[in-house]
Design a protein around this ligand. Structure first.
Ligand code: UDP
Length: 219
């Protein structure tokens, strides 16, 4: 058997995820020479000691099984690349830093990345291809959909629902909801850096500030 492992995306987040996956594989005595980057628009052949291949070239490498982690923050791209991987019988790898804290009754879908110092407390449900960037937390009784992305330092307090494709910016704080009366961050909503969210946010809306308000673009 000669499985092949890849981090998809050789840009900023991919380079942050690579050492986490390398540590995971080393703990299982898997040779890191079988760990590469995939990037469809590579700027060089290799970075930080790992070769970069375009997807089609990755598929040409001899391998018994292929495993990929989608380390691209843009959730629409993640969904598209997930489909491409599925069509090519590629399996997804979950990545978690060694110091991540996961408490009781946490269910998390395929392909998640939990960056260093992130925490998922108890009774948390999370969908597919979730990204928790460094120092983010999810408190009790939160339900998170598919392709949700947390930038660094996101604070998601208890009883919050985050719908698919929502993006939560660096250092944003979401107020705790109540049992049966959660705060809901709508499908594809964007929460700006440092926002303090005190109420539900409708689908597709971008909010900023404290208290967070819809962003109105001046033309
Ligand atoms: N990318 C890719 N295939 C795609 C779309 C993007 O390989 O279909 C790569 C792109 O070439 C870039 C990376 O994904 O290297 C995204 O990097 P970016 O700096 O935009 O974001 P981040 O690293 O923060 O997710």
């Amino acid at each position: 058997k000669n499985p092949l492992y890849a981090v998809y995306g050789a840009s900023g987040y991919g380079r942050e995820v690579m050492p986490l996956l390398r540590a995971q594989l080393q703990a299982q005595k898997i040779d890191s020479s079988r760990l590469i980057f995939i990037d469809d628009n590579p700027e060089t052949d290799a970075i930080n000691g790992h070769s970069i291949f375009k997807f089609d070239d990755f598929m040409q490498i001899e391998a018994s099984e292929r495993f990929v982690t989608l380390a691209i923050a843009n959730s629409i791209i993640r969904e598209k690349l997930e489909k491409r991987c599925q069509e090519n019988n590629i399996q997804f790898l979950d990545v978690a830093a060694s110091n991540v804290c996961v408490m009781d009754n946490v269910n998390i879908g395929e392909g998640s990345i939990l960056s260093p110092f992130s925490s998922l407390t108890s009774n948390v449900q999370i969908g597919r291809q979730f990204h928790a960037n460094i120092y983010s937390y999810v408190a009790h009784d939160c339900i998170i959909g598919d392709y949700v992305t947390f930038a660094p330092g996101v604070k998601l307090n208890g009883n919050i629902i985050v719908e698919d494709h929502a993006y939560i910016g660096t250092g944003a704080v979401i107020k705790q909801g109540k049992p049966g009366e959660p705060i809901v961050i709508g499908h594809g909503a964007v929460i700006g850096m440092g926002a303090v969210v005190t109420k539900s946010i409708p689908p597709g809306v971008t909010v900023i500030g404290n208290p967070a308000k819809p962003l109105i673009r001046l033309t």
